[in-house]
Design a protein around this ligand. Structure first.
Ligand SMILES: NC(=O)c1ccc[n+]([C@@H]2O[C@H](COP(=O)([O-])OP(=O)(O)OC[C@H]3O[C@@H](n4cnc5c(N)ncnc54)[C@H](OP(=O)(O)O)[C@@H]3O)[C@@H](O)[C@H]2O)c1
Length: 338
């Protein structure tokens, strides 16, 4: 089968499609023939050699996709050939076929297109876990979302808005803010404009915000604390602005400075909470994954929400897909088709 094997870290051109043996499902696993694959920011970091959860080289990149089960390993009794699923995995999805534990092959969403199903798993689970599982979102809460026009961000804006929350969105351009306002955000702040901290305070008003989903780090992260209301929670699910370069000690210092942090004394002074989440823990906990997936998919069935697709590329153009995600021009999710 064809797959993108990461043999060395580097720029997008290191991503090449090659022929590799078909994976064979072992005990408790299923194999899925992928129709579409979701591209994640974590895969940019993996390609650069900066992602802590990545396995050792060489390996097939890719953390999610959608398709039909085409082989079932020993001991799996409750799955059938042809079942349409969404898969989540640590690696292996930039390929025509992927093998995953059966619990990580979740039912595809019937009303979604192939691209929408490929875009759904990682981004919507991340947004849901951060907002609902960790921050315990309630209707009426005021929610601030950073990188709001990205894959996770567009999911989070829709979830929070349809949960009955007032949404403030932050993103890096006027075009992006226009799109997230159309998805249900009430106000938008461009954090690439000078003085954005002041505009954020104005938008948050005297009441402030109850929940922040923070995906950027650095100046953006520092700006959210002054608008956090008492009992407010900041959930960190990413630090897209960090520019860590392996051989540049100044970049290590900047990355250390820009990683979100807070101490208990400061938190207690505002009655605030700082939380952080990583989806890998959900994949490693099948009962929780099953429950969270059921809650998320029930919500999606009951509300007019769906993934936003930024662009679709053929797998041979995977380098172009990575360039687009790194360019900060994409709105929503980038998908590739094998
Ligand atoms: N914790 C988890 O389990 C988990 C799971 C999925 C994703 N994540 C994290 O969530 C974040 C969003 O992921 P995604 O896949 O949905 O990507 P994305 O949001 O579609 O793309 C990344 C966005 O980050 C923003 N950004 C801010 N500063 C940036 C910079 N200096 N360079 C590049 N981009 C910058 C850009 O939006 P603006 O131009 O609007 O700023 C860019 O479009 C990432 O940090 C990712 O690592 C975490």
């Amino acid at each position: 089968m064809r797959a993108v094997v990461l043999e060395r870290h580097g720029p997008p051109r290191v991503l090449q499609v090659s022929d590799v043996p078909e994976p064979v499902p072992g005990a408790g696993q299923v194999r899925v023939r992928l129709d579409a694959i979701g591209v994640n920011y974590a895969e940019i970091l993996s390609r650069q050699g900066l992602y802590g959860w990545a396995p050792r080289l060489p390996y097939v990149l890719g953390m999610e996709g959608t398709g039909a089960i085409d082989a079932i390993g020993p001991g799996v009794t409750n799955r059938s050939i042809g079942e349409c699923v969404i898969v989540g995995t640590q690696y292996g999805a930039y390929a025509e076929q992927v093998v995953v534990p059966a619990a990580q092959a979740l039912a595809a969403i019937p009303g979604f297109s192939v691209e929408e199903n490929a875009a759904f798993g990682v981004n919507w689970l991340t947004a849901w876990v951060a907002l609902v599982e960790m921050a315990r979102l309630r209707p009426g809460d005021r929610v601030l979302i950073t990188a709001a026009a990205g894959g996770v961000g567009t999911a989070a804006v829709q979830i929070a808005a349809h949960f009955g929350c007032g949404v403030l969105a932050m993103a890096g351009s006027a075009d992006k803010l226009e799109r997230v306002l159309a998805l249900g955000a009430e106000k938008g702040i461009d954090y690439r404009q000078r003085g954005f901290e002041h505009r954020l305070r104005e938008a948050a008003g005297p009441r402030g915000v109850d929940v922040v989903l923070e995906l950027v780090g650095g100046d953006v992260h520092r700006a959210v604390w002054p608008v956090l209301a008492p009992f407010g929670r900041v959930v960190v699910a990413g630090f897209a602005s960090l520019r860590l370069q392996r051989w540049n000690p100044l970049s290590w210092w900047r990355a250390w400075r820009d990683i979100p942090r807070a101490d208990a004394r400061t938190l207690s002074a505002g009655s605030h909470g700082l939380l952080a989440t990583h989806l890998g823990y959900l994949l490693a906990d099948p009962p929780r994954l099953t429950r969270v997936w059921a809650e998320l998919t029930a919500f999606v069935e009951q509300h007019p929400v769906r993934p936003v697709i930024a662009a679709t590329f053929p797998l041979v153009q995977i380098a172009a897909a990575h360039r687009l995600l790194e360019s900060r021009q994409s709105i929503g999710k980038i998908v590739v088709r094998p």
